[in-house]
Design a protein around this ligand. Structure first.
Ligand SMILES: Nc1ncnc2c1ncn2[C@@H]1O[C@H](COP(=O)(O)OP(=O)(O)OP(=O)(O)O)[C@@H](O)[C@H]1O
Ligand SMILES: [Mg+2]
Length: 358
């Protein structure tokens, strides 16, 4: 559904001597198959939104190529736009109309009849717990309600490919869980392909078939959540040995099944022995038999699976690094001034968007 090769986005900011170039995206290759849910992670300023804006045709790539749903993002942006849903990180600015009317208009822009757009819109309102808000003006909604309205807007035309840029930021835990459920159903019931960014690693872990991690504009990892966790750190196995005299032997036994990080660094503290094991689920039964055969009894054994947080920290250094020190947001000469599936910042661009969709 998505194929990108060598995608680059260079922003030029400032004038004269202050002119600077920012390589926000620096040679990104990615392939997303039909029906996949892909989590796109990376610290602030890593290039996630910029990549999404190129794939959704809002920003022309400085270099590289991409096809989305089989359409080239540069040669055929209208077909790309018509075949996807996009929920932008900033969210939409809505007109003075009632929320329901906005949604119906939006559905009709994508070719739905009024009746169908109303039916789908109302079903989404109900699923995303916006019941009773159909006639409310978006400006009078709470932040989380408005965020969910953005999501309804991105989904009402039932696109087979959906781009979601931090969809759950600002949602309360219940609304978040609800959206997760919805995303799962989009995939299982409709076979939709979903490409989402998030800073919640538990969310990425929970939802994604595959995770891409971007840092400084480059993809630094791409794999299933389980493989990423196994590669980076392995599971932590913590033994509490009953008899202090047996600690050294227990440490040797644990070292024999540990292979990560230079052949198994084992920590010993009193009767506690800890070490990383690539796949503890497979190794621990044998380890227990081995300890038992050597007459070593344990008071406890604990297996702690690494979190995506561990992976993220290992690959990108810090979880919330803000690259703003090196980079300077500002004007952007290559920016295309029109939004579409998620409305952009003002009425005039919203009109452009409608013209484009027509
Ligand atoms: N229009 C622009 N002009 C100049 N620089 C820009 C522009 N848009 C983004 N940048 C810069 O490009 C880099 C990547 O930004 P981007 O918005 O893609 O990051 P992100 O990964 O989405 O971050 P976040 O997690 O904070 O949303 C940042 O350094 C940002 O300041
Ligand atoms: Mg972003």
């Amino acid at each position: 559904m998505i194929h990108a090769r060598g995608l680059v986005q260079v922003f030029t900011t400032g004038k004269g001597k202050k002119k600077r170039e920012v390589r926000a995206v620096d040679g990104v290759d990615l392939d997303v198959a039909e029906g996949e849910v892909v989590g796109f992670l990376g610290p602030n300023g890593a290039g996630k939104t910029t990549t999404l804006r190129m794939l959704t045709t809002l920003l022309r790539p400085t270099a590289g190529t991409a096809t989305v749903n089989g359409f080239d993002v540069v040669a055929d942006p209208v077909s790309v736009r018509r075949s996807i849903g996009y929920v932008s990180q900033a969210g939409g600015t809505f007109s003075q109309a009632q929320a329901g009317d906005e949604i119906v208009d939006h559905g009709m822009l994508y070719g739905l009849s009024r009746a169908e757009a109303t039916r789908r819109g109302q079903a989404l309102f109900s699923e995303l717990q916006l019941d009773g808000l159909w006639e409310r003006m978006p400006k009078n909604m709470s932040g989380g309600q408005k965020r969910r309205l953005d999501i309804v807007m991105g989904l009402v035309h039932q696109p087979s490919l959906v781009f979601l840029d931090e969809p759950t930021t600002g949602l309360d835990p219940q609304a978040r869980a609800n959206l997760w459920e919805h995303i799962r159903r989009l995939r299982t019931e409709r076979g939709a392909t979903i490409f989402l960014t998030t800073h919640y690693l538990d969310e990425a872990d929970e939802l994604s078939d595959r995770i891409l991690i971007i840092d400084n504009g480059r993809i630094v990892a791409a794999d299933t959540p389980d493989n990423l966790k196994a590669q980076v750190s392995g599971d932590l196995v913590a033994l509490e040995v009953a008899d202090a005299a047996a600690v050294t032997t227990a440490a040797e036994k644990l070292a024999s099944v540990s292979g990560v990080n230079g052949g198994g660094r084992i920590e010993v503290d009193g009767r506690h022995v800890r070490g990383r094991v690539p796949r503890a689920g497979r190794a621990v039964p044998g380890l227990l038999r081995d300890l038992d055969a050597s007459g070593i009894s344990l008071d406890s054994i604990e297996v702690i699976r690494p979190t995506l947080d561990d992976v993220f920290l290992t690959l990108t250094g810090r979880s919330l690094r803000d690259a703003e020190t090196e980079r300077d947001p500002g004007g952007d000469p290559t920016e295309i001034e029109s939004g579409f599936a998620a409305p952009t910042s003002d009425e005039s661009s919203r009109r452009t968007e409608q013209e484009v969709a027509r």
